[in-house]
Design a protein around this ligand. Structure first.
Ligand code: CDP
Ligand code: MG
Length: 898
C-alpha cells in the first residue's frame, strides 16, 4: 500500500516531465523557478490521474528506480550511552515497543503520520530513534513546534536523554536559540522553518523534517505541510530523499490521512496506544462567570480533602496563571526551613462519591443539611487553625519563590482585560479560610505559560519537595504540548484565549472563549497518566454540549483571506489559489483577495523585459509584492488598513490613523445621529470616520477626568464600544511598535482634533486604503423618466453595481452629499424594501484618484495643452491628463501628475 503511494507521487512528477521536457535538465539547479513551477501549476494538473490503464503502465516503468532511491536510508547505527535512570523511564513509554515498526516505515517511506495520545513519547523519542538509526550522520533532523515553550523544553529533554549537549541537540526560535555547527537535532518553531524554506527551498540541510503537534493546525504548520508535500517529491527526484513525519495527538488525523491535496494516496499511519487510566469527569451544576475563583476553590478542596496526587489547573493566560499561583502559594505556603515529610497527615482514601467533592457551592444551595455540616466543620477547623497558627513561624513571602516577570511581552498569551477579575477576594466568604489554615501540607505551586523562561518551565517536570503536593497552573500549553508527570487531578476552567478577527478590518483581539469539546477531553486525559484520575470541569454539562464546539476550525480558515494572501506572497508562494492547503480556504475568496490587493497597489503583475528591452507584462498569472506591499504586510491588520497605516507613518499621522482604524473596527459606537458639535468644520468632509475620531478623542478626555460614563450617556455613545476602542488602540500601538523597526508611537489620551491640513491628509489616507470602494453621486439628470427623484437624494453609483447605493441614515455626509466618496462597508437592508447602504463614508476629491488609486484610472496620453513642464522641486516632469475612473468610465477632472 505504502509503496504504491510513492509510485503515484513519482508518476505525477514524471507527468510534468512529459509536458515540459526542459523541466528537469535546464531548471533543475534553479531552486526558485523550480519552486514556482511546482507550487503554481494549476490544480487540475496536480489532481490524481483518473486514467487507470496509463497510470498502471507508467507505474511499472518507474518502479525499479523508485525503490533504489528510497532504499537509500542510513545503515550505520549510532551508539548511544544513556543514563540508566533515563533508560528505565523510557522503557515505560508505550512508543518504545514500536521503535522497530516506526523505523521500518521511516526507512521505506517518505511520508509518515504518527498519531498518539499526549505523553506517549512521540516528541522525545522519535528524534532519538532517528538519531540512533544514523539519520544525522550527514544532515540534520528538524523538529517543528507551534509553541515556543515546547521548542526549548523538548530540545533540552532529548539532549539529556541522549547524553548530548545543547550544541548537538539545539533549539531555534525568533529572538532566541543555541544552534551550532555541530547541531544534529534542531527543534524550532514552525515560523522559523518557514523562513528557512525561503532561502533554501529544498531544505537541503535536513534528512528528516518532523512536524510536531500538527493537530494544533497553526497557520504556519498548515503552510509548512503544504510546502513539504511538494518539497519531498522534489528531493527524491534529486536522489537525495527527505522524509516528512507528521506527529499529532489523536485528533482529526483524517484531515491529513484523507487529504488528496497533500498526498496522492494516504501515507502510512502509525498509532501509538498509550497507557491511559480511567478519568472520572465531574461537571459543576452551575456555571459561574468568575472561573478563577471557582478554580481556586476547587483546588483548595482537592488539596485539603483528597489523597496524594498532582493538580493541574487550566486557565487562559499569563496574567491569570500568575494570579492563581500567587493566591495558592499564599494559602498553602511552602517554607524551605520546614521538614514537611514528617508533617504529612494521612488523608483517608476516598470513594468516587467523595472525589466528586460533593459539597460544592452548587450543591449547598439545594442541600441545607450539608450547609450546616459544613459550617460546623468550618468552626471546628477554625479553632484548630488558631492553635496551629500560633505554633507556626511568621510567613515570609520570600520563601515562596514568587514567579517574576520575565520582562518580555507575552506574544502568545497576549494580555487582555482579564486583570479585571483578578482582585484578591477574601477566602473567608466561602468558609474556606479555616480549612486552609488547618491544612499544614504545602502546595508546590508552579506556573506554566509559553513565555516563561526556560529554566522555570523545566521545574514542572521535577518531583515536588517531599511532603508537598505538586500543583501546576498552566495555559493550554499543558493540553498536548507538554506532559507533566504525576498529575491526578485536573481543574478545567473550560476557557482558552483565541485570536478573533474583525471581518471588516482584520484587526484581531484575544478573546476568552469556551474550549472545544476535543480540548476538554484532552485536558481531562492529563489526569489519567499515572493512575485513575479526576477531572473537574468548572461548568455545567449543558455548557459542554451546547456552547463548546466539537473542534475549533484551523487558524488558517479563521483568518481574513486578504491578510493570508499577502502573508503567503511575502513568503514567496506565488499562486496562493493553487496552494495545497491541508484545509483550503474558499478559492473564490482567495481570487477576489488577490484582485483587491492588486487594485490597492499591494501586489502587481510581474513585468518582463522583452528582446527590444521594453517592459512588457507577463501573462498576468503571477503577482508580486510591491515595496508598498512589503511595508503593509508588517501591520497586523487587513492590507487595506495596513496601507493606511504605512502611508500615515510617512505623514507623521500614525496615532490618528491607529485611532481611526480602531474606531472603524468597532460596530455601533453611536446610538443616534451625531451631536451638532461633531458635525462641523473639517469633520464634515472627513465624514463618519472623522466623527468617530473626534468621539474617541473627546471620550478619552472624559475618561482621563473620570467622567466617561457621564459623557457616553450625554452623547448617546455605547460605553462598551468606547472601552473596546481604547483597548484596540493600545494593542495596535504596542503591536506596531514591536513589529516595525524605527516606529515608536504612543497613545495620546487627549488626542486633539486634526487641523484642516491633517484632516485633508487623513481623507487621502482613507482613500488610499478604500480606493476600490469609491462612490459617485447620482445626478438628478441621470434618473430615468417616471422614477421618483426623491428616492435618489442620498444615492450613489458604486463600482459595477447597477442599483443605487444610499448613505447610511446616520451618516454625517447626509448634510452635504458630496460628489465623490469612499466607504468602508456595503450592505443590503432587510427583506422588504431592500436597499443597498454604505457605511462609514468619507468625502474625497476626484483629482486624488490618479495619485492614490492609479490602478483604477484610465488616463490615456498626456495632454499637449497645457504643455508638460519640468518641476524643479521634485525633479520630475509634470503632465496634464484627462481620464476616467473605473470600469464604468466616470469622467475625471484634468489633473497634473508626475
Ligand atoms: O510527544 P508526546 O506527547 O507523545 O510525549 P512526550 O512529550 O515525548 O513525553 C513523553 C514522556 O516524557 C512524558 O511522560 C513526559 O512527562 C516525560 N518528560 C519528562 O519527564 N521530562 C521532560 N522534560 C519532558 C518529557
Ligand atoms: Mg509531543
Amino acid at each position: 500500500e505504502c509503496k504504491s503511494n510513492m509510485e503515484i507521487v513519482d508518476l505525477n512528477i514524471s507527468k510534468d516531465g512529459d509536458k515540459d521536457e526542459s523541466f528537469e535538465e535546464k531548471q533543475v539547479n534553479h531552486d526558485s523557478e523550480l519552486k514556482n513551477k511546482i507550487l503554481n501549476k494549476n490544480e487540475t494538473e496536480t489532481l490524481p490521474d483518473n486514467n487507470k490503464s496509463s497510470r498502471e503502465t507508467k507505474t511499472k516503468e518507474i518502479k525499479v528506480e523508485v525503490k533504489k532511491s528510497l532504499l537509500n536510508h542510513p545503515t550505520q547505527h549510532v551508539e548511544v550511552k544513556r543514563d540508566p535512570k533515563v533508560q528505565v523511564a523510557r522503557l515505560k513509554l508505550p512508543i518504545l515497543g514500536e521503535e522497530q515498526r516506526i523505523m521500518e516505515l521511516v526507512n521505506e517511506n517518505e511520508f509518515l503520520i504518527v498519531a498518539g495520545e499526549t505523553g506517549s513519547g512521540k516528541t522525545t523519542q522519535i528524534p532519538q530513534f532517528l538519531y540512533e538509526a544514523g539519520y544525522t550522520q550527514h544532515k540534520m533532523i528538524a523538529v517543528t513546534e507551534p509553541r515556543r515553550v515546547a521548542t526549548v523544553a523538548m530540545a533540552a529533554r532529548v539532549g539529556y536523554e541522549l547524553g548530548l549537549t545543547s550544541k548537538e541537540v539545539s533549539y531555534l526560535m525568533r529572538f532566541e536559540g543555541n544552534v551550532t555547527k555541530e547541531t544534529k537535532i534542531k527543534f524550532m518553531t514552525d515560523g522559523v522553518l518557514l523562513k528557512e524554506i525561503q532561502s533554501d527551498f529544498l531544505l537541503s540541510k535536513y534528512s528528516v523534517v518532523i512536524i510536531d503537534e500538527a493537530h494544533e493546525r497553526s497557520v504556519y504548520t498548515d503552510i509548512l505541510l503544504g510546502l513539504l508535500s511538494r518539497i519531498v517529491p522534489l528531493r527524491r527526484k534529486r536522489g537525495n530523499p527527505l522524509r516528512l513525519i507528521i506527529m499529532s495527538a489523536t485528533l482529526r488525523i483524517e484531515d491529513f490521512t484523507e487529504n488528496t491535496r497533500l498526498f496522492k494516496e494516504p501515507p502510512p499511519v502509525i498509532k501509538i496506544d498509550s497507557r491511559q487510566f480511567p478519568v472520572t469527569v465531574h461537571f459543576n451544576k452551575h456555571t459561574y462567570s468568575d472561573y478563577l475563583k471557582e478554580a481556586y476553590k476547587k483546588t483548595v478542596k482537592i488539596h485539603t480533602r483528597l489523597p496524594e496526587g498532582g493538580v493541574l489547573i487550566f486557565v487562559t493566560g499569563q496574567q491569570e496563571v500568575k494570579y492563581l499561583v500567587r493566591k495558592l502559594r499564599t494559602s498553602f505556603p511552602y517554607r524551605k526551613d520546614v521538614d514537611y515529610s514528617k508533617l504529612i497527615t494521612k488523608k483517608r482514601p476516598v470513594s468516587e462519591a467523595d472525589a466528586a467533592l460533593d459539597s460544592e457551592p452548587d450543591d449547598i444551595e439545594s442541600d441545607d443539611d450539608e450547609v450546616e455540616k459544613e459550617m460546623k466543620r468550618a468552626k471546628k477547623a477554625r479553632r484548630k487553625a488558631k492553635l496551629i497558627a500560633k505554633s507556626l513561624p511568621k510567613i515570609n513571602l520570600d520563601d515562596y519563590d514568587m514567579p517574576d516577570d520575565d520582562g518580555q511581552a507575552d506574544l502568545v498569551d497576549a494580555d487582555d482585560d482579564s486583570e479585571g477579575h483578578l482582585s484578591d477576594s477574601d477566602a473567608e466568604e466561602d468558609g474556606l479560610s479555616a480549612v486552609i489554615k488547618s491544612c499544614r501540607q504545602p502546595l508546590w505551586v508552579l506556573p506554566l505559560y509559553s513565555m516563561l523562561s526556560s529554566s522555570k518551565q523545566s521545574r514542572v517536570f521535577a518531583a515536588p519537595p517531599p511532603g508537598a503536593r505538586l500543583c501546576v497552573v498552566s495555559t493550554d500549553v499543558a493540553e498536548t504540548s507538554l506532559t507533566i508527570p504525576a498529575i491526578k487531578y485536573v481543574v478545567d476552567t473550560g476557557k482558552k484565549k483565541m485570536r478573533v478577527y474583525d471581518h471588516v478590518t482584520g484587526a484581531s483581539a484575544w478573546r476568552v472563549v469556551w474550549t472545544s469539546q476535543a480540548s476538554a477531553e484532552q485536558r481531562a486525559g492529563r489526569a489519567g497518566r499515572v493512575g485513575a484520575g479526576h477531572a473537574y470541569r468548572l461548568y455545567s454539562s449543558a455548557v459542554f454540549q451546547h456552547e463548546c464546539v466539537p473542534h475549533h476550525p484551523p487558524d488558517l480558515c479563521r483568518r481574513p483571506v486578504d491578510d493570508l494572501v499577502l502573508t503567503m506572497r511575502c513568503m514567496g508562494i506565488d499562486k496562493v489559489v493553487n496552494f495545497p492547503f491541508p484545509t483550503a480556504p474558499d478559492r473564490l475568496q482567495l481570487k477576489l483577495a488577490e484582485k483587491r490587493l492588486e487594485t490597492l497597489g499591494i501586489l502587481e503583475k510581474i513585468e518582463k523585459v522583452n528582446s527590444n528591452k521594453r517592459r512588457i507584462q507577463d501573462d498576468g498569472e503571477i503577482l508580486k509584492v510591491t515595496p508598498l506591499g512589503k511595508a503593509v504586510s508588517a501591520f497586523p491588520l487587513l492590507p487595506r488598513y495596513g496601507k493606511m497605516l504605512a502611508l500615515s507613518h510617512q505623514f507623521g499621522l500614525l496615532p490618528y490613523t491607529i485611532a481611526l482604524v480602531s474606531a472603524l473596527t468597532v460596530q455601533e459606537v453611536m446610538s443616534g445621529k451625531p451631536d451638532s458639535w461633531l458635525a462641523t468644520g473639517n469633520t464634515l468632509l472627513l465624514g463618519d470616520p472623522g466623527v468617530l475620531l473626534r468621539v474617541v478623542g473627546a471620550a478619552e478626555y472624559a475618561y482621563v477626568k473620570g467622567e466617561e460614563e457621564l459623557f457616553c450617556a450625554k452623547y448617546g455613545l455605547r460605553e462598551k464600544a468606547i472601552k473596546e476602542i481604547r483597548k484596540l488602540r493600545k494593542q495596535l500601538t504596542s503591536e506596531i511598535n514591536l513589529s516595525i523597526a524605527g516606529v515608536d508611537v504612543t497613545v495620546d489620551p487627549e488626542m486633539k482634533p486634526p487641523d484642516d491640513n491633517q484632516a485633508r491628509l487623513l481623507r487621502q489616507l482613507v482613500l488610499s486604503g478604500l480606493g476600490d470602494q469609491v462612490g459617485r453621486k447620482i445626478g438628478l439628470d441621470e434618473v430615468k423618466e417616471g422614477e421618483d427623484k426623491r428616492k435618489f437624494k442620498y444615492a450613489y453609483h458604486c463600482g459595477e453595481l447597477d442599483e443605487p447605493v444610499h448613505l447610511h441614515g446616520m451618516s454625517i455626509l447626509r448634510k452635504t452629499i458630496p460628489e465623490w466618496v469612499v466607504y468602508q462597508e456595503l450592505y443590503e437592508t432587510g427583506e422588504d424594501n431592500k436597499k443597498m447602504i454604505m457605511r462609514n463614508v468619507t468625502a474625497i476629491e476626484p483629482e486624488w484618484l490618479p495619485v492614490y488609486v492609479p490602478q483604477m484610472c484610465n488616463l490615456g496620453e498626456p495632454l499637449s495643452d497645457p504643455e508638460p513642464r519640468y518641476d524643479e522641486k521634485s525633479g520630475r516632469v509634470k503632465c496634464h491628463f484627462k481620464g476616467t475612473f473605473g470600469k464604468a468610465g466616470w469622467e475625471l477632472p484634468t489633473v497634473e501628475i508626475d
